[in-house]
Ligand binder design. Structure first.
Ligand code: KIV
Length: 277
């Protein structure tokens, strides 16, 4: 069932069952008003740890905390009624042990009401994914470019080119076998994304991957053109809200300086106008 036809939020099992059918539409959201806007159009809304860079001006996702993810998760939950909410596990909240991951993911689910968590990593995280899924925590995996690992990957580089493809294929197999219900493929060659999509039994959600993935995800601020400092190659801008906002703010500033705002219709008289009988 498509996002526009469904009456209730899909579950992770519904999403898994969509493999190879209608493409899964995913966007990030970090606030209630944006969640309200994307809800009607998306199957999945991701409270991504990209919130740290997009809303908090951090240089990377590495200093995003569990408390930040929970606060934004709660805000997004208030804006959703149809889409499924997934919340990112931030760096340092799950890698140490499956037990650490369970305690923190259970807190995220309890305090935000999300249907699932997302975590980065393939083979190295398979044991943790298995531990979580066997204990009632659905996991969306994230492989390829994993931004929490930029310091070991050497930056935001395309992953899986040439012989490195074998590593990404092994990651895809490992997270599928461990029980993830879907996997994000970030910034890998399109042919590799297609091979993975054909090979694994769970939906692939591409970002900088391939149009043949089972779904796509973008950072909502990027695609709206709100976050204008930098545009990765894989982002298509569907709007230019940053420019619109700049024009609106400049006009407001000019009108305040010219004392043309507030105008008579924005101010109050001493006496309230008499009510018509
Ligand atoms: O943090 C995020 O927004 C993400 C998506 C871009 C996949 O992980």
């Amino acid at each position: 069932m498509s996002a526009t036809a469904q009456k209730r939020a899909p579950t992770p099992s519904d999403i898994k069952a969509r493999k190879g059918t209608e493409p899964l539409v995913t966007l990030t959201a970090y606030t209630t008003p944006i969640a309200q806007l994307v809800d009607e159009h998306c199957d999945i809304v991701l409270v991504g740890d990209s919130v740290g860079m997009v809303l908090h001006g951090l240089p990377s996702t590495l200093s995003v905390t569990l408390d930040m993810m929970i606060l934004h998760g709660q805000a997004v939950a208030r804006g959703l009624s149809r889409a499924m909410m997934v919340v990112d596990m931030p760096f340092g909240s799950y890698e140490e042990s499956p037990q650490q991951a369970f305690a923190n993911a259970a807190r995220v689910m309890r305090e935000t009401g999300c249907a699932a968590v997302k975590l980065e990593g393939g083979v190295a995280m398979a044991e943790t994914i298995r531990f979580l899924t066997q204990r009632g925590i659905p996991v969306m995996a994230h492989i390829g470019l994993t931004p929490q690992a930029i310091n070991t990957l050497g930056g935001y580089l395309v992953q899986g080119r040439g012989e490195d493809a074998q590593r990404i294929l092994a990651d895809a197999d490992a997270v599928t076998e461990a029980g993830a219900f879907a996997v994000v493929l970030e910034k890998i060659p399109a042919s590799l994304a297609d091979d993975i999509t054909d090979r694994v039994s769970i939906p692939t959600i591409g970002i900088g991957a391939s149009a043949k993935c089972d779904g796509q995800v973008l950072v909502v601020d990027d695609m709206l053109g709100l976050f204008t400092a930098f545009k990765p190659k894989f982002v298509k801008r569907y709007g230019s809200l940053g420019q619109d906002a700049d024009t609106a703010i400049a006009t407001y500033a000019a009108e305040v300086r010219a004392r043309t705002f507030p105008a008579p219709e924005h101010i109050f008289a001493d006496k309230a106008p008499e009510k018509k009988k």
